[in-house]
Every structure is written in structure tokens, then in C-alpha cells.
Design a protein around this ligand. Structure first.
Ligand code: SAH
Ligand code: AVI
Length: 307
């Protein structure tokens, strides 16, 4: 059994069946995520873009000249373009993503839009260590860029581990520029993960299609439904697939029973306060040097320097 199938089987063998959210992202999943970012209910992208547009000069001044920008989970590099337009003499842009086809197509587009920029895509699962390419020009510093509040998709210990990986990747004198979604009126959050067009439901269910295609699983997509609920006490959205009947499915050679109403946990999306994120950053040896928010304080972008 491959390591990846063994990890999937382990997650599905827990009392709360669980699949890692990284399996959302095959080519179709990346396209569905792009559609999510255009939904009127999904406030995260609009708020982050507004912050980037209005504060990019301050960000560029902090980053300085001749940095290397390493983006974790770059997707379509939507927000990055704003940075790329303002950063001076960038040494390299290194987008890192697990969704190979989508990453390589996005990197090609960036190359054509920013001729002369050294674009070095890396296909990798950023939760495991991976090698960074050596840029042609020696960077003055590394800046890890992690927009979109993807940090929120990790539970506390895993988020800490990832922050430590980014601390290492940033290296001596380096920094982290990170998008962090904030706690707010639960109704706003609920709507963002239960959009009226059903795109988030399709995104959630696409995970099963991805596993059927890539890992020879046998999920019946019509026998599961999307559910997303904000747990205010834990400060996180719980995203699940709810079985609509007693059924079985296979992955690898392992068969699983799932009861009518039983769920598979596919994602958490944690929402932070400025204080709770600062505490995590500090514990990972970063100091939050500057925080920008949109006027409604829905979302934040934070510049963290290595301590
Ligand atoms: N940064 C973009 C996309 C966010 S969606 C934005 O802010 O709009 C999350 C992205 O992270 C997707 O492109 C997905 O393919 C990638 N991703 C998720 N888990 C990953 C992992 N473990 N390793 C590498 N990339 C991952
Ligand atoms: C990528 N990540 C930050 C998104 C989020 O909001 O947690 C993924 C997503 N899940 C449902 N809608 C969007």
C-alpha cells in the first residue's frame, strides 16, 4: 500500500472519519476554488484584495529590494500579482502548490505577464519538507507569502509546525507575509461556506471524485451531502460530507462502512483574533511587525519577522 493510501485509510479508520483538505485540489478542485473566490458570500478574497490594494506600498517598503518571494499554496496567484507589480528588483518568485497542472499553468501566465521575472514553480506538499530552487540572482532575503488564510485549514499543532517550516524557509533576516481570517458575526461566516449557488458544496464533493480518479476509491457522489457549520466556541468552520444512507466504499483494498447521517470531516477553517494569531506566531519565533485589516475588520494581512 502506498504511503498516501495508508494515510487516507488511517484517517477514514478514526471514530470521526477524516480526509485531509489537501485532497480538494485536483485541477477541477482548483477551478472550483477560484469560483468560490468570486462568490458574493465569500468575503475573504474581496477583503484581502482590498487590503493588498490599499497597503501594498507599505508592504513593499518592508520587504525591500531584491527579495525572493516564496508562496505557499499559490493557486492562481491572484493576490500575488498586486505584490509583483510593486516589489522592486525581485530576485525570484517561487510558487509552491500541490495541484500540479493548475500551478504550472498559473506560473506560465505569470511569466508572460511579468517578463524578466525569475518564476520557479515547485510542485510539493508543503506539510513535508521540500527543496527550494536556487535562484539565478542571490536574494537579499526570503519572504514567505501565505495568503488566503490557508493557515486556518490546519489544527493548532499542525499550524504551529507549518509556521516553523516557514520560519526555516524564510532563513536569516527573512519574513512571513500571511493572510489571516478574523472572528466575526457567525452569520457572515456561515453564508461564506454555504453559498446559494452551491459552489462550496460542489468543491467539497469534488474531493470524492478526486479520490475515485486518483486512488481508485469507490465513493458514490450522489450519496453524500455538503455540510458546513461555524463552531463559535472553537472559532472554526467544520466542513463535512454527510452520508445519505447506510453504505460502503473502498479505498485501496480497504472497505469502509458508513451509516446514514454519519460524516466525513473534510476541513476545518479556523478564524482568529489578532491576539490569538500573534500568540501562535510568537510561539513559532516570529514577531508580528505590522497588521493591516479592511475597514470592517473581516480579514487581516500580517507581516511577521523572524525573532
Ligand atoms: N493562495 C490562494 C489559493 C488558496 S486555496 C488564494 O489565496 O486564493 C489553497 C491552495 O493551497 C490551493 O491552491 C491548494 O492546491 C494548495 N494546497 C492545499 N494544501 C496543500 C499542501 N498540503 N501542499 C501544497 N499546496 C497545498
Ligand atoms: C483555502 N482555504 C483558506 C479555504 C477556506 O476558506 O478555508 C478553503 C475553502 N473551503 C470552503 N470554502 C473555501
Amino acid at each position: 500500500m502506498s504511503k498516501e493510501i495508508a494515510a487516507l485509510v488511517e484517517g477514514l479508520s478514526r471514530p470521526q472519519k477524516t480526509i485531509s483538505p489537501k485532497y480538494f485540489y485536483d485541477e477541477k478542485g482548483s477551478q472550483l476554488f477560484d469560483k468560490i473566490t468570486e462568490l458574493p458570500e465569500y468575503y475573504l478574497t474581496d477583503a484581502e484584495l482590498e487590503i493588498m490594494r490599499s497597503c501594498v506600498d507599505e508592504m513593499a517598503a518592508l520587504i525591500g529590494k531584491q527579495a525572493s518571494l516564496i508562496e505557499f499554496g499559490s493557486g492562481s496567484s491572484l493576490k500575488t500579482r498586486i505584490l509583483l507589480e510593486h516589489l522592486e528588483e525581485l530576485a525570484a518568485y517561487v510558487p509552491v502548490d500541490i495541484s500540479e497542472e493548475h500551478l504550472l499553468a498559473s506560473a506560465r501566465k505569470i511569466r508572460s505577464e511579468f517578463p524578466g521575472l525569475d518564476v520557479r514553480p515547485v510542485v510539493a506538499d508543503f506539510t513535508h519538507s521540500f527543496d527550494l530552487p536556487t535562484p539565478t540572482i542571490m536574494p537579499v532575503k526570503n519572504v514567505v507569502y501565505f495568503p488566503g488564510s490557508t493557515i486556518g485549514n490546519f489544527e493548532h499543532d499542525a499550524a504551529m509546525e507549518l509556521l516553523r517550516v516557514m520560519h526555516t524557509e524564510a532563513g536569516e533576516g527573512g519574513a512571513l507575509l500571511i493572510g489571516v481570517d478574523l472572528q466575526k458575526d457567525p452569520e457572515i461566516i456561515d453564508a461564506a461556506y454555504n453559498d446559494s449557488a452551491g459552489v462550496t458544496a460542489a468543491f467539497n464533493l469534488n474531493m470524492l471524485r478526486h479520490l475515485n480518479n486518483e486512488f481508485d476509491a469507490s465513493f458514490d457522489l450522489d450519496a453524500f451531502e455538503h455540510r458546513a457549520e461555524y463552531d463559535e466556541d472553537e472559532g472554526r468552520v467544520v466542513v463535512e460530507l454527510v452520508s445519505q444512507e447506510d453504505q460502503t466504499f473502498e479505498i485501496g483494498d480497504t472497505e469502509f462502512d458508513i451509516a446514514d447521517g454519519e460524516t466525513i470531516l473534510t476541513e476545518y477553517s479556523h478564524k482568529y483574533t489578532l491576539a490569538s494569531f500573534a500568540e501562535m506566531a510568537e510561539a513559532a519565533s516570529f514577531e508580528v511587525a505590522q497588521v493591516w485589516t479592511d475597514p470592517d475588520e473581516l480579514f487581516s494581512v500580517q507581516y511577521c519577522v523572524r525573532k
